[in-house]
Design a protein around this ligand. Sequence first.
Ligand SMILES: [Zn+2]
Length: 321
Amino acid sequence: MDARKLERFRGCEAFLACPVCGAPLALEGRALRCGAGHSFDVARQGYVNLLRGGHTGAGEYDRASFAARRRVFEAGLYAPIAEALAGAVAELVCAPASAGQGRGADAGVIAPAFALGEKGTLGETVAAGEKNAQPAPLVLDAGCGEGYFARAVRERTGAAVAAFDIAKDSVQLAAGAAAEDGVAWFVADLAAIPVQTGAAACVLNVFSPANYAEFARVLRPGGYVVKVVPTERHLQELRAAAGAQLAHDSYSNERVLRHFEERCELVVRRRVGATFELESDVAEALAAMTPLFFHVDAALVNMAVVSEVTVEADILVGRRA
Ligand SMILES: [Zn+2]
């Protein structure tokens, strides 16, 4: 196995909890072991399956759908969202002192810059932290899919990132993508995340269902949930092309937002996205990956008329009470 894939799990005893007994799990050889002797092998691709009973499910996201997602991510359609997400983590979690400035006493919804500085600037922030022997803050990605956003946050912020999904196929793809990514990848139950109580500074929840009670458990007091939800304009061109085949011809994330506000103190809501010209193969990959089309007969949709697409999301940042 590539040694860099084992290195992903070095030091994980600081936050990881055995799914059987809850004790810290540490890397020993090519497995993670707890003090009670429960052992979980690091798979060849560089992830660890921490699901009890081994019930992994991909649901409607099958392997072809994940490959399509990768093509869409490579085309850069989600790059503005990844950039904003990394900016939020950098500002709120990696450099909280500077993030506090300018926020003032207004507890309402504020749009911070989320402006990711030049890479060098961010690197200096992280390096300064290391000089003070501060361990990198822990960011969890709950529902990481094929890992695009977890990799982006790790690469751009230097935070320690552990990423979880219940779908083994997706975690295999995520872990196998880039040996040097420095992300610890796990197959796990998102209703019982195998992380010690209060260990995380931030939970990311990107285009994925939330379990707010579990997020609150793994977060330290004052930690953040950063949730990404599609807006009503997201993929509107695909929606129009599918037309009558869709049960709902519009979408609103207001209900998701209300639920979020009931469970966390909303500190930031920021809309981010762009409209892109589409290569035809990317249009087809997009149609293959989107849950919007899971119950649509793709053969009946004329993708040739889709020449551009809007990818847009709201980034919701909530503070753990
Ligand atoms: Zn154990």
